[in-house]
Structure formats: structure tokens, C-alpha cells
Design a protein around this ligand. Structure first.
Ligand code: ADP
Ligand code: MG
Length: 254
């Protein structure tokens, strides 16, 4: 039976790159209205999972399936996944020389509007819309005229990703280490923006190293990844166990 609440389902996923298997038998299901967090040591495959869900071409899916809103997207192009409503905020956001941030954001926004059969917006209306969003995220409007992420600090790049998330309003937003490089105030601000953005119509997958973001956001589920698979799933108390005792303290279900 089709579960209409389910936004993402990953089944028995195996992923390789350069003949190295990075993800091994990974399963996860995310419903509408839910926030999930994935934690895990460096190198456990978290960013690879995020990129594979978004359709990154460097990785080969050797086994398993990925469903988005009940559609098998395992071998679809990244553009088509983005159009359908999958957004990925990169751990290391890319800089795009020569392209102003506002032009980039408006292009992305209008592509999404078109896909949703909604009207595209002209530059002036977009300027008003984006300025409102900038205020909530506590970002200076001077960032609009700079080239995408060029010369942005680590924290500013992360804010720019959150701005894109909120603008594109995708059904599934995957945020890879959105909290890295942020000071406490910026972290709280970003956490508040993520919480405000979360609704019963979308789902959010947060990838993080730190408990702080989990404390602020209180995801519905926390998963621990190790050596390419999810070894434990539970609620947010897992995160505080790790914070106190490290990953080694956790019993695994493997
Ligand atoms: P995490 O985000 O959990 O720190 P990653 O997904 O970035 O982990 O990486 C998982 C493992 O896969 C690491 O050992 C990493 O070196 C390897 N890996 C990731 N991407 C590539 C790639 N393009 N080529 C070779 N190895 C890769
Ligand atoms: Mg990573």
C-alpha cells in the first residue's frame, strides 16, 4: 500500500565510488511533518548519503532504491530531483564566480515556480521577497550583490544555504553540517529558522556532529550512522548520550 505521508524512503542502499563501497545496506523512511537527524563519526558516509539522495553523479548506486513521494528516483538526474522538491544544503557550499547571489537566487526561485505552475516573479518583486527573508535570517542585504558565496565566511555560507532552503520551500530539505563554523548566536538563529520553516507539509533531514543543534531543534528521530549504515535509531536522548560518552558508548542493533 502506498503511504502518502512518506516523503523519502531509502531501501537497502549500497553506494560505491572509485571501487570503494561507502554505503552498505542503509534504510531510512521520512514522513511529512517530521524532522530527522543523522549523526556519526567523520567518514561514516553521512555526506555521501545526502549527495546520493540529491543525485550527485560521482557516486554509483550498486544496490537498493530511493523513493521520493512514492516515485522511484534511484537513477534520476539531480535537476529532476531538485524540480520535484529535494533540496540539499552542502557541507561545503560552492562559490560561483561572476554570478551575483540575487540573480542566482531568483533563477532558482523562478525555476521552482515554473515547475509548480506558478507565476515567475520580476526582479523588483523578487527583491522585496528576498529582503523579507534576509531580515528573518539576520543577513545583510549587501550579500545579494556579491558573487555566490565568494569571500563569504563559513557562517555566512551556511546562512546563504538556509536562505535558499526557505526560498525554494522544497518538500524535503537535507542540511549537511549546517551548524559547522557558526557561533552560538548564529547557531540559535539558524535553528530557529529551520524550526519556523518546518511544517506538516515538508520534511527535514539534518546531518550534524554536534548536540547543540539537536537540543535547539528537537528532531522527531535521531539516527546514528557508522561505516555506511544506520546502526541505531531513536529519539533525541541518543544525542545527549553521545555528547557525554562518545559514539563508543552506544549499543548497536547490528
Ligand atoms: P561523513 O560526511 O560522514 O564525514 P563522507 O560521506 O564524506 O563521510 O565520506 C565517507 C567515506 O567515503 C570517507 O572515507 C571518504 O573519504 C569516502 N569518500 C567520499 N566521497 C568520496 C569520493 N568522491 N572519492 C573517494 N572516496 C570518497
Ligand atoms: Mg560530511
Amino acid at each position: 500500500m502506498i503511504n502518502t505521508q512518506e516523503i523519502l524512503r531509502v531501501e537497502n542502499l549500497h553506494v560505491s565510488t572509485n571501487n570503494k563501497e561507502i554505503i552498505k545496506n542503509l534504510n531510512i523512511s521520512i514522513n511529512r511533518g517530521e524532522i530527522h537527524a543523522i549523526m556519526g563519526k567523520n567518514g561514516s558516509g553521512k555526506s555521501t548519503l545526502a549527495k546520493v539522495i540529491a543525485g550527485h553523479p560521482s557516486y554509483e548506486i550498486t544496490k537498493g532504491k530511493i523513493f521520493f513521494e512514492s516515485e522511484n528516483i534511484t537513477y534520476q538526474e539531480p535537476e529532476s530531483r531538485a524540480h520535484k522538491g529535494i533540496f540539499l544544503a552542502f557541507q561545503y557550499p560552492i562559490e560561483i564566480a561572476g554570478v551575483s547571489n540575487i540573480d542566482f537566487l531568483r533563477l532558482a526561485y523562478n525555476c521552482r515556480q515554473k515547475k509548480l505552475n506558478k507565476q515567475e516573479v520580476d526582479p523588483l518583486s523578487f527583491f522585496k521577497l528576498i529582503n523579507k527573508k534576509l531580515q528573518t535570517i539576520d543577513m545583510n542585504s549587501s550579500f545579494l550583490n556579491r558573487h555566490v558565496n565568494e569571500g563569504f565566511s563559513g557562517g555566512e555560507k551556511k546562512k546563504n544555504e538556509v536562505l535558499q532552503m526557505s526560498l525554494l520551500n522544497s518538500q524535503l530539505s537535507i542540511l549537511d553540517e549546517i551548524d559547522s563554523g557558526l557561533d552560538v548566536d548564529a547557531l540559535k538563529n539558524i535553528a530557529n529558522n529551520i524550526k519556523r520553516f518546518a511544517s506538516d507539509r515538508n520534511a527535514i533531514l539534518i546531518i550534524t556532529h554536534y548536540q547543540k543543534l539537536i537540543d535547539y531543534i528537537k528532531p522527531n528521530y535521531v539516527h546514528i550512522m557508522d561505516k555506511g549504515k544506520i546502526v541505531i535509531s531513536g529519539n533525541e536522548t541518543i544525542a545527549s548520550d553521545i555528547d557525554q560518552h562518545g559514539y563508543e558508548c552506544l549499543p548497536t542493533n547490528q
